[in-house]
Write a protein that binds this ligand. Structure first.
Ligand code: NAP
Length: 295
């Protein structure tokens, strides 16, 4: 039986409609959520992510402060921009698009962001808070994955989840959300990586497999048990001469074959991606509510 294809675009659109209504309600109280966006350099993927995030802000009524800096920007100038956004009362969230150019120390810049405006949830204070079960901004991609599961009626509690990938932005925070004693968690989680001895042995016993490796075909049909839920976070460009651009996007999962075994599966594109931006908007609105005493 073919899996239900999880429509991340549709679910994200529904959530954005709810956020739009919430933002309209805040506007009546004179509150406009604001997001400060900082992009350093000309990386085409980063540029298109930032443009998509700003368009999404506009669509739901979030004010966006756009800061595009040249590749050669010294770290101290970047930090000055972050500090200006930290002090600006119109700004409730700050997004510094990663990766930075090589001469910039990512950790030093992230530490400069006011944790109260850290809507990406990468500041160690926020990481520490949510790992210890306290309220904090949850990183957008893992939070989006969990919201997708919940919206699709997947009961997370008690399931065996295998996550492939242990990055600070996807694998590790997702594991931390899913093991929390909370409605978003209560799962039993295994995190795999390139030093995992037998990846298939782990994925085959999972109720939910999340692939965040950044490599096409990391998850094949023989690695999935019948009826598992498969979430593909990966975004990989592969050559495709039939496309105008010369490439197409694929995930980490062999979608065509795995969908014949799974009960639910996310496509790439159109699965996790739209949720990531939505959760950024969600965190920015939350931040505006917290700052103004409404949450
Ligand atoms: P990353 O920092 O490169 O981490 C990849 C992780 O996968 C590492 O932990 C690596 O293990 C592990 N890995 C790689 N190949 C593996 C294999 N064959 N078997 C087992 N583990 C393997 O990547 P990331 O930033 O987490 O991103 C992962 C993917 O998600 C990328 O394709 C990225 O573009 C995509 N992504 C999508 C969104 C979205 O919104 N849709 C957001 C963020 C990222 P080691 O630690 O041992 O190296």
């Amino acid at each position: 039986m073919s899996a239900k294809i999880i429509d991340g675009k549709q679910i994200a659109a529904e959530m954005r409609e709810q956020l739009k209504a919430e933002v309209a309600g805040l506007a009546k109280k004179g509150i406009v959520p604001g997001l400060g966006v900082v992009l350093v350099g000309d990386d085409p993927a980063s540029k298109s992510y930032v443009t998509a995030k700003q368009k999404a802000c506009q669509e739901i009524g979030i004010y966006s402060d756009d800061n595009r800096l040249p590749e050669s920007t010294p770290q101290k100038d970047l930090i000055n921009v972050v500090n200006r956004l930290n002090k600006d009362p119109k700004i409730h969230g700050i997004l510094t698009q990663l990766p930075f150019p090589k001469h910039i120390n990512e950790t030093e810049v992230l530490l400069t962001i006011d944790p109260a405006k850290d809507v990406d949830g990468f500041h160690p204070i926020n990481v520490g808070k949510f790992v210890t079960g306290h309220k904090a901004f949850l990183p957008c991609t893992p939070h989006g994955v969990v919201r997708l599961l919940i919206r699709c009626g997947v009961k997370i509690e008690g399931t065996d989840v295998v996550i492939v990938g242990r990055s600070n932005i996807v694998g590790k925070p997702l594991a931390n959300i899913l093991i929390q004693k909370s409605p978003l968690g209560n799962a039993t989680v295994t995190v795999c990586h390139t030093k995992t001895r037998n990846l298939a042995e782990h994925t085959r016993r999972a109720d939910i497999v999340v692939a965040a490796a950044g490599r096409p075909n990391t998850i094949t049909a023989d690695m999935i048990k019948d009826g598992a839920v498969v979430i593909d976070v990966g975004v990989n460009r592969i050559e495709d001469p039939t496309k105008k651009t010369g490439y197409r996007l694929v995930g980490d999962v062999d979608f065509e074959r795995v969908k014949e075994k799974a009960s639910m599966i996310t496509p790439v594109p159109g699965g996790v991606g739209p949720m990531t931006i939505t959760m950024l908007l969600y965190n920015t609105v939350e931040s505006a509510k917290i700052t103004t005493g409404l949450a």
